[in-house]
Design a protein around this ligand. Structure first.
Ligand code: CS2
Length: 470
């Protein structure tokens, strides 16, 4: 079959073609992290914003690790397709917003040049929680990271510093990862890199960055499972050309951005993005309700022998768990965000979409970093007010269960995997293991809560037997 590339576009059905002419776009946005999520989210918003405004907003996409993705993208002129997965089916459409693809370790000079170019006015990132190299203890940069200069945050700091030294053209740097205060977090680690750099002019660079670089907070939302071989085959059949990098996502998508940019940006609001003075109510609702229940379904579902989110929603406890977790956590949310009950209704419908095969193993990975954003702040705030937390306790037990050395067959990866497995020392009482786990993820206060660790431990035997009791 013909491969997907610019030449092949003419042969596609009109509804499958990009809504922009890729040849007319300019690389004004640099994006780090070319995973499925970016391709189904920011790239789609940017393409629609360019099409509706007539402005040439294109994206230079940088892969932090995978040169293979970059080569595959280049082989198809940086085109790829997105399929909206409805229960009743969905057709792929080619997205044309990428103007180039680069591998961070290999195309370093090109990436530096893009960051220095005054025509680049926005940087976006989807590098997952672990890409920020934060210390669990301080929340700032973990300065013991080896070879910081080859990490995204290291390269970004070096690129921004070079930009500050050569004219300081203003720029906005937008974290699109699932963390509270993601802009502030990114700003802090980037500044920490500059501070730790040893550059003689670091104070001057920091001063200029304060004036010329904005780090707005954002909330991104779209469920985008990892692409499978079956998706590649189905896309080729539907499109009539071979796309090596198709993505598919749920129909729903949302982007809320703090309206605090230092320089021109794509008019994403033309595609439905919300620009607001404060994203916190949206951010915390999404993190604690959507991501919080996703993680709970993932860990508990793995214990119950399920493979996907839709499988968990077909269990008698799935919907109950989502609704109960949302109800438990809702009192911790700031006013001004979406209504939690309606939000829970929507989650039940989104998670129950049987056209999506969203693997629990994917969501459960990096749990040690995810639960500190999704569960622990709410748990802390509820316990401080003396409110009981039965659902979060059950969820924590699900996570604890998957960290056991004998549960590693689930294929769940985690940067702290060894340290977590070591918490299950032979002979340790289960509450002590739970205590050690909470300490390992940087929550010594919760680890000292003996009522909490005992309650979590009480769920473990049932989970061991594959039962989720809610
Ligand atoms: C998921 C998220 O993998 C995960 O941890 O919870 O990727 C989730 O699908 C997105 O945040 C939805 O917007």
């Amino acid at each position: 079959m013909t491969p997907l590339n610019r030449q092949a576009l003419r042969g596609l059905a009109p509804g499958s073609r990009p809504v922009v002419d890729p040849a007319e776009l300019r690389p004004r946005v640099v994006h780090f992290g070319i995973g499925a999520f970016h391709r189904a989210h920011q790239a789609v918003y940017t393409e629609n914003a360019a099409a509706r405004s007539g402005e040439p907003w294109g994206i230079a996409a940088v892969a932090p690790r995978s040169a293979a993705t970059v080569d595959a993208l280049r082989a198809q002129d940086c085109l790829y397709s997105v399929t909206e997965r409805h229960p009743e089916g969905g057709a792929p459409r080619v997205v044309g917003s990428l103007t180039g693809a680069y591998a961070l370790g290999r195309d370093t000079a090109a990436v530096d040049a893009l960051l220095a170019d005054p025509e680049t006015t926005v940087v976006t990132l989807t590098i997952t929680e672990k890409g920020y190299h934060r210390s669990a203890r301080t929340g700032g940069l973990d300065t013991v990271v080896p070879a910081l200069e080859t990490t995204v945050v290291g390269r970004l700091a070096a690129g921004l510093a070079a930009r500050m030294r050569s004219g300081a053209a203003p720029i906005s740097v937008v974290s699109c990862d699932n963390m509270a205060d993601n802009g502030a977090v990114l700003g802090r680690v980037v500044r920490d890199v500059v501070r730790a750099s040893g550059w003689p002019d670091r104070e001057r660079v920091l001063e200029l960055m304060d004036r010329c670089v904005a780090f707005p907070d954002t909330v991104v939302d779209r469920i985008v499972p990892a692409t499978t071989a079956a998706d590649v085959t189905a896309t080729a059949t539907a499109l009539g050309v071979d796309d090596a990098l198709p993505v598919s996502g749920e129909p729903y998508r949302q982007w809320v951005l703090e309206d605090r940019f230092a320089a021109p940006r794509p008019p994403w609001e033309l595609d439905g993005a919300l620009l607001v003075p404060d994203v916190a109510p949206y951010q915390l609702t999404k993190l604690r309700l959507l991501n919080g229940s996703h993680s709970a379904l993932a860990f508990l579902g793995l214990a119950a022998g399920c493979a996907t989110i839709a499988d968990t929603m077909a269990c008698d406890w799935g919907e109950r768990l989502v609704r109960a977790l949302c109800a438990e956590v809702a009192p911790t949310l700031p006013a001004g965000g979406p209504d939690p009950v309606r939000y829970a209704d929507d989650l039940v419908a989104r998670f129950g979409n049987t056209a999506m095969r969203h693997l629990l193993r994917q969501i459960a990975s990096d749990g040690s970093l995810k639960i500190t954003e999704r569960w622990l702040p709410a748990l802390r705030s509820l316990r401080e007010s003396g409110v009981s937390t039965p659902v979060l306790e059950l969820a924590l037990a699900g996570w604890a269960h998957t960290t056991r050395p004998d549960a590693q067959g689930h294929g769940v990866t985690d940067p702290a995997r060894e340290a977590l497995a070591a918490c299950w020392r032979t002979g340790a009482a289960p509450p002590d293991s739970v205590r050690a786990l909470l300490t390992t993820v940087g929550a010594p206060d919760l680890a000292d809560d003996t009522a909490l660790t005992a309650a979590v431990a009480r769920h473990l035997p049932a989970l061991q037997a594959g039962h989720v009791d809610i």
